[in-house]
Design a protein around this ligand. Structure first.
Ligand SMILES: Nc1nc2c(c(=O)[nH]1)N[C@H]1C(S)=C(S)[C@@H](COP(=O)(O)O)O[C@H]1N2
Ligand SMILES: [Mo]
Length: 240
């Protein structure tokens, strides 16, 4: 069973690298984390088949939220793989680029002038803890729509100021409760929690929720560098 699965997985990967024109060296470098076969083709096929225009114009189903009385202010544990990066909020820009017609470079003032969305959701970390948190920020969909993604976009890559990196399927990116948050529990987002801007979404595990996001790159292909934890074997889709 395991052998068959690995074999099929390798074929899939090799085909992928043939298509993307990458050498065996990057295959070996990226090969330490082995995503499951299902991860690559099973439950991904549905969100991956969705077209970006359809997702922009058709609302996706929201996840039920919690009342303010259930917020757990002490439960969100700071979880950072390195150290908290130093970011000059005056010089900070969010870059949105890749397969878009209108690349963006936005200051926090410009982002905060866009409509604010607030939600109370559960954050779930694979390390065995969870926290009900209020997040306030801009719907990621608003930013992506401003950038005018090309019709074949299927993924977004997120770069963070601490060297963390992530990639998401476009359906999850455009979900109405996927935010770029700059508020937590009614206060400006603390630096340790990802200020000036972090991902927050009730549909993905904690490690998908990049803090200190500086760049979003839209693409039609999945890179061999899928995410900091994913490249060490954690599941890529990581849906809740
Ligand atoms: N840039 C960056 N983002 C990150 C991480 C990180 O180490 N660096 N850790 C992830 C993990 S594993 C979790 S559970 C959440 C934790 O968010 P918090 O520190 O605000 O509680 O951030 C995620 N985003
Ligand atoms: Mo986590």
């Amino acid at each position: 069973m395991g052998l068959i699965r690995n074999h099929r997985l390798q074929l899939t990967r090799r085909q992928f690298f043939q298509i993307s024109g990458l050498s065996g060296v990057s295959f070996l470098l990226a090969g330490c984390g082995t995503p499951s076969f299902e991860d690559l083709v099973g439950k991904l096929s549905e969100p991956l088949n969705q077209k970006v225009e359809a997702l922009i114009f058709n609302p996706q189903k929201p996840v039920p939220e919690f009342p303010a009385s259930e917020i757990q202010p002490e439960a969100l544990i700071v979880n950072t793989f390195r150290a908290t990066p130093i970011i000059d909020q005056q010089k900070y820009r969010l870059i949105v680029d890749g397969e878009v017609n209108n690349p963006l470079s936005l200051s926090m003032a410009e982002i905060q002038a866009l409509p604010l969305t607030s939600m109370i959701i559960r954050h779930v970390c694979v390390e065995g803890w969870a926290a009900i948190v209020q997040w306030g920020g801009i719907r990621l969909k608003e930013i992506i729509t401003l950038a005018q993604p090309k019709a074949n976009v299927k993924y977004a890559y997120f770069k963070s100021a601490d060297g963390y990196y992530e990639s998401w399927d476009i359906a999850s990116v455009l979900h109405p409760q996927t935010l770029l948050a700059y508020q937590k529990n009614g206060e400006p987002l603390p630096i340790d929690n990802g200020a000036p801007l972090r991902l927050a979404s009730p549909i993905k595990l904690g490690y998908k929720q990049s803090k200190w996001v500086t760049q979003i790159t839209l693409a039609s292909y999945l890179s061999p560098f899928k995410g900091y934890w994913e490249d060490q074997g954690y599941e890529w889709f990581a849906g809740l």
